[in-house]
Design a protein around this ligand. Structure first.
Ligand code: UD1
Length: 437
């Protein structure tokens, strides 16, 4: 599939090496530019389905999830024009001739974020049918909030034989929706649908992740009327005729936080252009307490180890602005090598400790009970053969590898490629001994 993806996304380079070899123990020193956010660009690309006019996105990260969505959108009839400049990759999407029935089922099952197509296609064409979207194996990850919300907006939805079918023959209408949990995907899906619906939609207990405000900002530039950005209540006056827009994708706070951990873990010093400390939410305080020193400079945020070294901390993941679940695995890789003990409680996903077994192979001392992992810092991990089990676990294992003594080999690299733009090359440019074979 990698080859067909590079036809759809010309910048996508299918990787020949299936294994990543990391020889650890060198401090990372240099500049590691932070890309556009994966979790922002996916809904932003889907938003182009709501208008026949051109939507241009700048600062697009070149990762596998984006390549999959590009292929899905092309199959649906979208035109895509790519350009590259010093400020990164840009795409212009033309969705003037969309054929909602031309869904590529195989691609949908590769990525959970494909569920975002549901609201937009339903809004655009009055019908949508998708196989159950795939993605990381990190829990049930139901889509019940999406379904309940769209039903409240007048959609008829059936789930049969693994396919979700929805119709809204008379169009979607505004509704007052209370999310049981602040789900990122459900907030985005309902926001996309509400913009095209008639009347007012209120999404209560909405997720507040910065990527949602980024989506809303682009939709507003297209002509949508949305209030409450960054709060738990989004109010959308639907039905505006949407035009085109030019939008720059928000920097990736997860890539930024991960690389901040890498700088401190290896006792190096990384300049992280486009990194934004304020987007880390509660993770900023946990980082400081654990000995990750961050300060702003003209060239970007500089990350290094604090002079007292790495120290164990306790933390619980939570919806934004709480500690991001996507930074939980990288932080665990760091704490495994810190002084003292730490406790990490995962409150968002019920199966997001699959990296623990892999870190243990590298000498980590971690015990899991229920949703809490207790970590006894061992000073330094050692290299081992490990397998990436999800996107963020993959980043954590790369981090553990660059910080460890000896050689680490990583399998399951599709997970790494899904979420990170050129991580191997960017790390090598900062002195890591890392290569794909
Ligand atoms: C998004 C992010 C992912 C991040 C997660 C939480 C993208 C592309 N992915 O995933 O990187 O880890 O937010 O910050 O942006 N839930 C239900 N029913 C639903 C929807 C969600 O039970 O209909 C549950 C999920 O199982 C999970 C929790 O709600 O336990 C949060 O999920 P959600 O915020 O929806 O995550 P995603 O949007 O899938």
């Amino acid at each position: 599939m990698n080859a067909s993806l590079s036809t759809a996304a010309p910048w996508w380079r299918p990787n020949t090496g299936h294994r990543l070899i990391v020889r650890g123990g060198r401090p990372l020193v240099g500049t590691y530019p932070i890309s556009g956010a994966k979790n922002a660009v996916l809904p932003l690309m889907v938003s182009a389905l709501l208008t026949p006019h051109l939507v241009t996105l700048r600062n697009v990260p070149a990762n596998l999830d984006v390549a999959v969505l590009v292929a899905l959108l092309q199959r649906l009839g979208c035109g895509m024009h790519w350009s590259a400049s010093d400020s990164g990759l840009a795409v212009t999407i033309a969705a003037d001739r969309v054929q909602p029935r031309r869904i590529d089922a195989e691609l949908v099952t590769r990525m959970r974020a494909s569920v975002l197509l549901f609201g937009a296609l339903l809004a655009r064409g009055g019908e949508a049918a998708l196989p159950m979207p795939g993605g990381d194996a990190i829990g049930l990850r139901g889509i019940d909030f999406h379904v309940t919300g769209l039903r409240a907006m007048g959609a008829t939805i059936e789930l049969t034989d693994g396919t979700i079918r929805a119709t809204a023959r008379d169009g979607l209408r505004g509704a007052d929706i209370l999310l049981p949990q602040p789900s990122v995907g459900a907030t985005e899906n309902l926001l996309l649908a509400a913009v095209a619906a008639t009347g007012t939609t209120t999404i209560r207990n909405a997720a507040r992740e910065p990527e949602i405000a980024d989506l809303a900002t682009c939709l507003i530039a297209m002509g949508a009327r949305i209030a409450g950005l960054g709060t738990h209540v989004l109010t959308i006056e639907g039905g505006a005729l949407l035009g085109g827009a030019v939008h720059t994708v928000l920097p990736d706070r997860i890539e930024f936080g991960t690389l901040a951990c890498a700088a401190a873990l290896t006792d190096g010093e990384l300049v992280l252009p486009h990194g934004r400390v304020e987007l880390l939410g509660a993770a900023a305080a946990s980082f400081a307490a654990a000995g990750i020193d961050l300060h702003d400079t003209e060239d970007g945020v500089v990350a290094r180890r604090a002079k007292d070294g790495l120290i164990g901390v306790d933390l619980t993941t939570a919806p934004y602005p709480g500690f991001a679940t996507d930074l939980q695995a990288p932080m665990m890789a760091l704490l495994a090598a810190a002084a003292g003990t730490s406790a990490i409680t995962e409150s968002i996903f019920e199966q997001r400790f699959r990296h623990v077994d892999e870190l243990r192979k590298m000498g980590a001392d971690i015990a899991v009970r229920g949703r809490t992992a207790r970590i006894r810092g061992v000073g330094r991990l050692h290299g081992a053969a490990v397998t990436c089990t999800d996107v963020r676990a993959a980043a954590a294992l790369v981090l553990a590898g660059v910080g460890a003594e000896g050689e680490t080999t990583l399998d399951g690299l599709d997970h790494l490629d899904r979420g990170y733009d050129g991580m191997t090359e960017k790390l090598a440019a900062c002195g890591a001994d890392i290569a794909r074979r």
